[in-house]
Design a protein around this ligand. Structure first.
Ligand code: ADP
Length: 582
């Protein structure tokens, strides 16, 4: 119970913060509320005047007596349409402005979190928060906070109008409107309390399952596990359907109760009107007006049960967005960043543990990458090679020790500057659904076609690209689906080569290559000194490292051996063992 209350509180607090975004747009909110209330008041007035017109017409007066009422009816009909139209414009304008701001805010917070992963959230879940939850919050003004404010204005206006012609009717009408506007939404809230909170997570779980199934479809087909995963998707879907069904039930119950309350109010006002007319306290002509006004007034409260449900959905959505935006950002830019000016990349005594783990991923690691030098990092899986590469581009900061480029510690510089100067070609570098040229050009947006062709040739793709009918304009498919694994890795390598960084870090560039290709690529990287950058190559295959200036052997988070190829082979230590294993 306490956890549910605490969760409610967190949701409401998050909702208040989301609602505060309208602060600078108070004027627009007031305008849309006034226009919305105006539209309903015009509709009520239209019905009331129509009632008077019909009653008067029944008494067959001169046609001129009726003209003023027919003109009023026409005028009010036009006014109602215009007010409704402009209200829609104003309220949607407000909602979309807030929506755009929310999306940008969420995206801007997401970017720095992505390299280290967001609390290991599934990608479908993050996607759903970015789309579904933000869309849900779009309703915050339009359908959750706006309608109650409009209802208050309308209840005051029609209550006063009714009090003018039939005071007893005014009491009945206002009481009925307040009941329909508070008790029925409260009941809807009780009915959907749990389901409203569950809907966002249920939708996100379904998205996460779907994204998994789509991404893993080939594996599921190969292992014949489609039926199991289809069942998982169905289960996630059933949970979502269940909460949506409860919503529909609450909507139906609210609709029935609203009609009953409105009907009772109508009977009450009619009875009060009849007795007032027979007591001579009200002109009989106005009786129909009072009854019609009552009918019209309920439009103001008809959307409130839905608004109550949406407020709960919005609170959950705001809370789920904050779960992402409140994540501590792994690295932050300094207030006054120092500019990097090249020089050697040096890591000294670096220690690191992944957040939330006790296991030491790096322990006292040192490395120097001089401009123009070729350094290799070898060692078994789990040795800490990728972790070190990620620290070198400041995806995270070391727990101990320092990493500097030239005379600047990386945390003193802006992250963009660091990643521009030190390029990482990751193990799973992503290829975008575009041409080979566009994917390579990401490394340096202003590079020309000739640079791209040269970089592809250096990455070992020259003859292949030359033989393609569309050459560098060939589409690679989603994440390189239309090219082989080896070609995919080499296109990513070309992206790194074309960049104008000071240093290049290549994480397992030979992962998808055959032994001959791997050897050739490493030998080429070691021998080609035309590139004045420092190149750090992480590799599990060691054939081809003969020309490298230094080879660091890592194991269990430490550098256990370092030197050039001949020395290491002669030493007969860990490197010699790896080299002998081939
Ligand atoms: P290598 O690149 O040499 O194969 P890694 O640097 O990937 O090794 O991993 C070093 C250690 O850090 C391993 O013990 C691994 O389990 C751990 N590790 C890697 N990534 C994470 C992560 N995101 N969260 C927690 N631990 C991790």
């Amino acid at each position: 119970m306490t956890t549910a209350t605490a969760r409610d509180r967190r949701g409401w607090d998050a909702l208040m913060r989301a609602a505060a975004m309208v602060g600078p747009r108070r004027g627009r909110l007031a305008l849309s509320i006034l226009l919305g209330a105006g539209a309903i008041i015009a509709a009520c007035a239209l019905l009331a005047v129509a009632g008077v017109l019909i009653s008067k017409a029944a008494l067959k007066p001169g046609i001129l007596t009726l003209t003023v009422f027919t003109v009023a009816v026409r005028g009010l009909a036009i006014a109602r349409a215009l007010l409704r139209y402009t209200e829609r414009l104003a309220s949607h304008d407000l909602a979309f402005r807030v929506l755009a701001e929310l999306r940008v805010k969420f995206f801007a917070r997401l970017v720095p979190l992505v390299p280290e992963g967001i609390r290991r959230m599934r990608s479908g879940d993050v996607l759903d928060r970015f789309t579904g939850e933000v869309d849900t919050l779009q309703d915050l003004y339009l359908r959750a906070l706006g309608p109650p404010l409009v209802a208050i204005v309308v209840i005051l206006a029609v209550g006063m109008a009714m009090a003018f012609v039939l005071p007893a009717g005014a009491v009945i009408l206002v009481v009925a409107l307040v009941v329909a506007g508070t008790a029925i939404p409260a009941l809807a809230l009780v009915l959907t309390r749990r389901s409203g909170r569950r809907q966002g997570p249920a939708r996100a779980a379904l998205s996460a399952e779907l994204v998994d199934v789509i991404q893993g479809a080939p594996e599921l087909a190969v292992y014949g596990r489609q039926a199991d995963w289809a069942a998982r998707v169905r289960r996630a879907d059933a949970l979502l359907m269940e909460s949506q069904r409860r919503d529909a039930l609450a909507a139906a119950v609210s609709a029935v109760l609203s009609v009953l309350v409105a009907g009772a109010a109508l009977v009450g006002v009619a009875a009060a009107g009849v007795s007032a007319v027979s007591a001579g306290q009200m002109d009989g002509i106005l009786l129909a007006a009072a009854v019609f006004l009552t009918m019209g007034a309920f439009e103001a409260v008809s959307g409130l049960p839905d608004a109550a449900q949406r407020i709960v959905a919005c609170a959950t959505a705001a809370e789920r967005l904050e779960e992402v935006t409140d994540e501590p950002v792994p690295v932050v830019d300094p207030g006054a960043p120092r500019r990097l000016a090249g020089g050697p990349l040096v890591a000294r005594d670096v220690g690191f543990r992944y957040p939330g783990t006790d296991e030491v991923a790096l322990d006292g690691v040192g490395l120097t990458l001089e401009p123009g030098s070729r350094v290799a990092l070898v060692g078994p899986s789990g040795a800490g090679k990728t972790t070190l590469a990620r620290l070198l581009v400041r995806f995270a900061d070391p727990e101990a020790g320092v990493i500097r480029l030239g005379d600047v510690d990386l945390p003193e510089a802006a992250q963009d500057d660091v990643r521009h100067r030190i390029r990482l070609v990751g193990q799973e570098a992503y290829l975008f659904t575009a041409t080979i040229a566009a994917n390579v050009r990401m490394g340096r947006p202003d590079c020309g076609d000739a640079d791209i062709v040269e970089a592809l040739a250096r990455a070992g793709l020259g003859p292949w690209v030359a033989g393609l009918p569309d050459g560098i304009e060939t589409q690679v498919g989603e994440d390189g689906a239309a090219v082989s694994g080896g070609q995919r890795g080499r296109i990513a390598l070309a992206r790194g080569l074309v960049s104008d960084s000071d240093h290049l870090i290549l994480d397992e560039p030979t992962a998808q290559l055959d032994p001959v290709g791997a050897r050739e690529l490493l030998a080429e990287l070691g021998a080609d000194r035309s590139d004045r950058r420092g190149v750090l190559v992480i590799t599990h295959t060691v054939e081809g490292l003969e020309e490298f200036d230094e080879i660091l052997v890592m194991d269990d988070g430490r550098v256990v051996e370092r030197g050039r190829w001949p020395e290491l082979v002669a030493a007969g230590g860990p490197f010699a063992t790896i080299a002998a294993a081939g």
